[in-house]
Design a protein around this ligand. Structure first.
Ligand code: F6P
Length: 323
């Protein structure tokens, strides 16, 4: 293999830069040239491809976002778009690919490699942590820490005013960020898409809390929850308790930015290193993952089959611990 191209695609995640750095430096160490593709599959279609060297990735391990930029490409969803992308890769003499992204990235990869033949390895990068075939996706640890920091601050003002807060966190249709930030902040309730919301029990808890004059509480809601997010939960609570002092806060894209945690930097380094070594050993069309702290490989088709399941025992535990 003479030239590997690396790209980031889908929502950015803290740790993507650390993974790019590891890919570039491992390839160069093995005397393989590296090209960067800007803006994911869209940049691939447009031939936005440039040569990288070890200095291209200096001073980026600690930076959020992605130096390669990212995009969600509609054109790549068509066979014509994918054909154009393949032609660009051939033109730039790319003979191996490292794709860093979430399930949309691997769905795209699966379609692409069903039509065109080129060795590729994926690295899971999404704050949602919902990809099957790995215990961990880059960015999740940093995003949860950001959410925890924000919710702790919200609790300060909630305490000061004796208020209830409904805090909405990201995760698309997965509840990992909600579950973990909710546990870490001692949230009184955690609403996730993986479980139907039992609103009756939330109302009962609020009644009990009012009776014992516990006025502050925090409900963490995943954006994909069946109830429709923080504002919908707030409206429903007000329907039953019109005089309650309640605010809704949507944390939003703050969760995607910021300097990656040590954990994300280390896992990104391991995964980037493993991705290049996997390609060089001749294994491809797999995603690098972590299982029990060890690096593993999962075929793209398995990584996109389903979402990683949420640990329902943890949700049960959270309920008991906050009672
Ligand atoms: O997949 C990462 C994520 O941040 C989700 O949690 C969220 O639903 C989505 O991306 C938001 O996407 P966009 O930045 O395109 O609005």
């Amino acid at each position: 293999m003479k030239k590997i191209a690396v790209m980031t695609s889908g929502g950015d995640a803290p740790g993507m830069n650390a993974a790019i750095r590891a890919v570039v430096r491992t390839a160069i160490y093995n005397n393989v040239q590296v090209a960067g593709i800007r803006r994911g599959y869209q940049g691939m279609i447009e031939g936005d491809i440039f040569n990288m060297d070890t200095t291209s990735v200096s001073n980026i391990i600690q930076r959020g976002g992605t130096i390669l930029k990212t995009a969600r490409s509609k054109e790549f969803m068509t066979p014509e778009g994918r054909k154009k992308a393949f032609e660009q890769l051939k033109k730039h003499e790319v003979d191996g690919l490292v794709l860093i992204g979430g399930d949309g990235t691997f769905k795209g990869a699966h379609a692409f490699f069903g039509e065109h033949s080129l060795p590729a390895v994926g690295i899971p990068g999404t704050i949602d942590n919902d990809i099957a075939g790995t215990d961990y996706s880059l960015g999740f640890d940093t995003a949860v820490n950001t959410a925890v920091d924000a919710i702790d601050k919200i609790r300060d003002t909630a305490e000061a005013h004796d208020r209830m807060f409904i805090v909405e966190v990201m995760g698309r249709d997965a509840g990992y960020i909600a579950l973990n930030s909710g546990i870490a902040c001692g949230a009184e309730d955690i609403l996730v898409p993986e479980k139907d919301t039992d609103f009756k029990s939330i109302l009962k808890r609020i009644s009990n809390d009012k009776r014992r004059k516990k006025l502050v509480n925090i409900i963490v809601v995943a954006e994909g929850d069946d109830f429709g997010g923080a504002e919908a939960v707030k409206a429903k609570i007000l329907e039953h308790f019109p005089r309650i002092d309640v605010r809704a806060t949507i944390l939003g894209h703050i969760q995607r930015g910021g300097s990656p945690s040590y954990f994300d930097r280390v896992q990104a380094s391991r995964m980037g290193y493993a991705a290049v070594n996997t390609l060089l050993k001749g294994t491809s069309q797999v995603m690098i993952g972590l299982e029990n702290q060890q690096i593993i490989c999962t075929p793209f088709e398995n990584a996109i089959k389903e979402h990683a399941p949420l640990d329902m025992d943890m949700l049960e535990m959270a309920k008991i611990l906050s009672s």
